[in-house]
Design a protein around this ligand. Structure first.
Ligand code: GLV
Length: 489
C-alpha cells in the first residue's frame, strides 16, 4: 500500500469532519467499496478509493472503529481480484507479433518432425512422398530412425562444461560440427532455389555440401554461389556412357570441388511404392491426376510454374535425357545407369580424380574392408535412406563393428536416420567421423526454403552441443563408446 500512497494523489478529508453518524456512514460506505489499510507512512488507517487515498486527519479513532470491523466482502473480492491480476501479469507475456510469415512458420518448428509436418502441408502429396518415402514396406526407413532412438546415453557429470566445441575434422579439413548434407536428387521440387539454397546454408553453417549427379543445379551453378571456404563434394552415379562421368569429374575438379562421393548401392533402383502408386515422375508432371494436388497447394504450384523448368542440370546439352521429358526415376536409372558397376570402377575413378573419394552405400564389414583395401579416404555406411534394399541394416547399427574393423584405415560416415543433434553425438561416440542426412534439408526446403535449411542446421548443431554438454563431452574428441549403450539384439 505504500505504493498506493506514493503513486496516487493524497487528499485529506474535509478539515473538521464531525465524524457523527452521517460521516460514519460515509466512511462505512467508502469502506465497503474500498480497501481499508494501514498507512505505512503515518501508521494510521487510510481508505484507498478510486485511485485516491483518503486520510482521516481529525478523528482516526472513529475510523479505526470502522477499520476494526475489517474489510468488507467487496473489498476482499477486490483484493483477491488484484492478486489474480498480479499473478496473471507475472506469467503472461504477450509475444511480439511476427509480421514475417517465414519467421512465424519457423518459430513454431522446434525440430525436424515439425519441419517435416510443414513440408507435408506445403508440398503436393506426390512431391512430399517422393522425399519422405522409402522402398517397399519401408522397414529399413523406420529402422534407420529407430536405431538411433533405441540407443541410450551413459552421461558423465562434473566435467566442467563451461565451453563446448562441436567442431571437428573430416577428410583433413575442419567443419563446424560433424554433419554433411547428403546428395539428394531433385531439390528444386521442394523449393525453386534447390541446391543453391543448400550450398549457401551449408557454407554458413560450416559443413560440407554434396551435389547429386541427379541434381537440379549444375556443378558450376553451385560453385558460383558458394562463398570462399565452402566445402563442395560431388556425388557420382556411373552412367553407361563413362565419358559423361569423366566429363563431370573434370568439371568438378575445375570448379574446385573437394571430394567425390561414389554411390554404390544403386545397381538397380529400389521400388518406392508411394511413387509407383502415384505414378510420380521427375520432373513432376501436372497431369489430370496431379492437377487437384497442385490446386490444393497453390503456393507450391505458383512457385513451380514461375521458375525455370526443372532439369537434370548436369547433363543438359549432353546426349542423355535431361528431364525435358518427364520420366519415372526407375525408368531413367534403368536406361542411363550402369548396373555393371564393380570395384574396377572404383580404381578407374581413382585414376581420374586426385582428391579424396567417399564410397557411399557400404553395408557390411566385408565391403568396408574392401573399401579400405581399395584405398578410399572414407566410406559412408548407408542404405540410401531406406530407399533401396528394404531389409538392409541401419547404418548406426553397423557402426561399432565397421569402426572396429577399418576405423584406423579410413573415415567412417554414418548416413541415414539422423533426425536430431543428439543422433550426431551418438554416431560420433561410436566412432563415426560425421553423419550425413538428406531428408533433413529437403524437409527444411519444403517448409521454408533457404531459411528453413539455416534453421535446421542451427538446431542440429545446437542439439549436438547441448547433448555433448549433458553427456560431459566438451569436444568431439571426448566422445567415445562408453557414452552410449546399445540395446542388446
Ligand atoms: C535418388 O538418388 C533417390 O534416391 O531418389
Amino acid at each position: 500500500m505504500s505504493e498506493l500512497e506514493t503513486l496516487t494523489p493524497v487528499e485529506t478529508l474535509p478539515s473538521d469532519p464531525e465524524l457523527e453518524d452521517g460521516d460514519h456512514d460515509r466512511f462505512s460506505h467508502y469502506a465497503r467499496k474500498a480497501d481499508i489499510v494501514e498507512s505505512t507512512v503515518t501508521g494510521r488507517p487510510i481508505v484507498a478509493l478510486c485511485g485516491k487515498v483518503w486520510v482521516p486527519n481529525r478523528d482516526p479513532d472513529r475510523l479505526a472503529e470502522v477499520v476494526a470491523s475489517g474489510p468488507t466482502s467487496a473489498a476482499k473480492d477486490r483484493t483477491r481480484l488484484m492478486g489474480m491480476l498480479r499473478t496473471l501479469r507475472s506469467v503472461v507475456r504477450l509475444r511480439r507479433s511476427e509480421l514475417d510469415r517465414t519467421a512465424r512458420r519457423l518459430r513454431g518448428a522446434a525440430n525436424l518432425d515439425d519441419l517435416r509436418r510443414l513440408a507435408k502441408k506445403r508440398l503436393p502429396g506426390g512431391v512430399f512422398d517422393y522425399i519422405d518415402g522409402g522402398a517397399e514396406d519401408e522397414l529399413t526407413l523406420d529402422r534407420n530412425v529407430r536405431s538411433f532412438r533405441e540407443a541410450e546415453f551413459r552421461p558423465r557429470v562434473l566435467r566442467d562444461m563451461g565451453a563446448v566445441d562441436t567442431s571437428s575434422m573430416l577428410l583433413g579439413r575442419p567443419l563446424a560440427f560433424p554433419f554433411v548434407t547428403a546428395p539428394t536428387g531433385f531439390p528444386r521440387i521442394a523449393d525453386p532455389e534447390g541446391e543453391l539454397a543448400v550450398v549457401r546454408a551449408a557454407a554458413r553453417a560450416g559443413v560440407p555440401f554434396t551435389l547429386s549427379t541427379m541434381g537440379t543445379r549444375s556443378i558450376e551453378e553451385c560453385a558460383e554461389v558458394a562463398p570462399e571456404g565452402a566445402r563442395l563434394w560431388f556425388q557420382v552415379y556411373t552412367w553407361r556412357d563413362r565419358s559423361l562421368v569423366q566429363e563431370m569429374v573434370e568439371r568438378s575438379a575445375a570448379a574446385g570441388y573437394e571430394a567425390l562421393v561414389l554411390t554404390v548401392d544403386t545397381a538397380v533402383l529400389g521400388r518406392r511404392e508411394r511413387d509407383v502408386r502415384r505414378g510420380f515422375t521427375l520432373p513432376p508432371e501436372i497431369g489430370p491426376g496431379t492437377f487437384l494436388d497442385g490446386m490444393l497447394h497453390p503456393g507450391w504450384t505458383w512457385r513451380f510454374l514461375r521458375s525455370e523448368p526443372i532439369r537434370f542440370s548436369n547433363v543438359v546439352g549432353s546426349s542423355v535425357g535431361d528431364g525435358s521429358d518427364a520420366v519415372s526415376l526407375a525408368e531413367y536409372m534403368t536406361t542411363q545407369f550402369d548396373p555393371g558397376l564393380s570395384w574396377r570402377d572404383v580404381e578407374w575413378l581413382q585414376s581420374i580424380w586426385d582428391g579424396p573419394i567417399v564410397l557411399k552405400g557400404i553395408q557390411t564389414v566385408a565391403d568396408a574392408r574392401l573399401a579400405a583395401d581399395a584405398g578410399v579416404a572414407a566410406i559412408a555406411l548407408s542404405n540410401h535412406g531406406g530407399r533401396q534394399l528394404d531389409g538392409a541394416p541401419a547404418p548406426f547399427d553397423l557402426l561399432p563393428e565397421v569402426v572396429d574393423a577399418v576405423g584406423h584405415r579410413l573415415e567412417v560416415i554414418c548416413d541415414g536416420g539422423v533426425r536430431r543433434g543428439s543422433d550426431v553425438v551418438k554416431a560420433c561416440a561410436l566412432g563415426a567421423a560425421a553423419v550425413m542426412a538428406g531428408r533433413a534439408h529437403l524437409y527444411a526446403l519444403g517448409a521454408a526454403g533457404e531459411r528453413g535449411v539455416d534453421h535446421m542446421l542451427e538446431f542440429m548443431q545446437a542439439g549436438a552441443a547441448r547433448t555433448m554438454a549433458l553427456c560431459g563431452a566438451a569436444t568431439v574428441a571426448d566422445l567415445d563408446p562408453t557414452l552410449v549403450r546399445l540395446p542388446s539384439r
